[in-house]
Ligand binder design. Structure first.
Ligand SMILES: [Zn+2]
Length: 341
């Protein structure tokens, strides 16, 4: 067999090997087999040495050409297989962006806080500053300073959680009134939002914990019509439509005169429905002109100043707006209820 024949045989063998290789690893093995130090190409060198001197140059060229051709073929094959393997791996790893995502649970504002914030925003826009009173309160600020003397029968209307005989959980946000009067000079134009507590039986209509917003305005020329106009503007803004109001005389020790405020039913526009118990009216607030005794408790001269005050329940407003029939829903951790808002 001549050297040329041997070279052809190696070429054919390499071609066959290449055809049967299916991985970059196998190609690496072929590189060793053909181009390594003990490889087939290197194996031709003794033949070259033994060949006649006039043929050596051309044989040398043949061997070199073979080496170059094999290098090219093997590199080409290994690049191709590496690319294929990479593509295969990427195909497994690729994200399918069309797959629906997993929904994460997002927390949200509680419906009561939402209602409270909305009311605060409206009233702040009307010029009222926000003040906060303590939830744990002395008998003085919750009752006595508000014209409930120690044995006042109106105390029975407030089922109170007492901590000590002189310390209690506030039964209304009105405890903030005298605190603010003591620390600010008139004109006072403030609201006090917060939690209130009453030792009542829990039912669809009452709970031991609820929220109120207190309003207080004290100045030299405050009139009853100012109070009516303020409440009308607030409820119109809150419910997003013109509300009609009516006032019923009522008794609260800290106002004189005192009244309960009704608006015409926002659900049936006054025609009568289940929400308004077919009366066409909804009770939304208690209000009145600040009692002179309360002014005195706060160190303000009732001969010089006049004031009005109101309080309304946030739960009540939320129930009216969203048609919620049971106050207990607000304090139950029922996500299906809470996620609606
Ligand atoms: Zn109605």
């Amino acid at each position: 067999m001549t050297l040329a024949d041997t070279i052809d045989a190696i070429k054919a063998e390499a071609e066959n090997d290449l055809n049967q290789s299916s991985s970059a690893k196998e190609i690496e093995a072929l590189k060793v087999k053909y181009l390594g130090k003990k490889g087939r190409v290197q194996g031709l060198m003794p033949l070259l040495k033994d060949s006649p001197s006039e043929q050596r140059a051309s044989f040398g060229k043949l061997i070199n050409d073979l080496k170059t051709a094999l290098e090219e073929q093997l590199d080409f094959a290994s690049n191709r297989l590496e690319r294929e393997e990479l593509n295969k791996r990427l195909a497994c790893e690729t994200l399918d962006v069309t797959l629906p995502g997993r929904r994460r649970f997002h927390g949200r504002e509680h419906v009561i806080l939402k209602m409270l914030d909305e009311a605060i925003e409206i009233l702040s826009g009307m010029g009222f500053s926000v003040q906060y009173g303590p939830d744990i309160e002395s008998d003085f600020y919750n009752f006595e300073a508000l014209n409930f003397s120690k044995d006042h029968p109106a105390r029975d209307m407030h089922d109170t959680f007492y901590i000590r005989p002189d310390l209690l959980l506030r039964t209304h946000t009105s405890n903030t009134q005298v605190r603010v009067m003591e620390s600010c000079n008139p004109p006072i134009r403030m609201i006090a939002p917060g939690k209130c507590y009453r030792n009542e039986d829990v039912s669809a209509r009452s709970h031991v914990l609820f929220h109120q917003i207190e309003g207080l305005y004290i100045d030299k020329d405050v009139t009853f019509s100012d109070l009516l106009a303020t409440l009308e503007e607030f409820f119109t803004k809150l419910f997003g439509k013109n509300v009609e109001m009516r006032f019923r005389p009522s008794y609260f020790p800290f106002v004189e005169p005192g009244m309960e405020v009704d608006i015409n039913c926002i659900v049936c526009s006054g025609k009568g429905c289940g929400v308004c118990k077919h009366t066409g009216w909804l009770e939304v607030a208690g209000a009145g002109m600040v009692h002179p005794n309360v002014m005195k408790s706060g160190g303000i001269d009732p001969e010089e100043y006049l004031g009005y005050a109101w309080g309304f329940g946030i739960e009540r407003l939320a129930m009216l707006r969203y048609g919620i029939t049971d106050i207990r829903y607000f304090l139950e951790d029922n996500l299906r209820f809470l996620q609606q808002f």
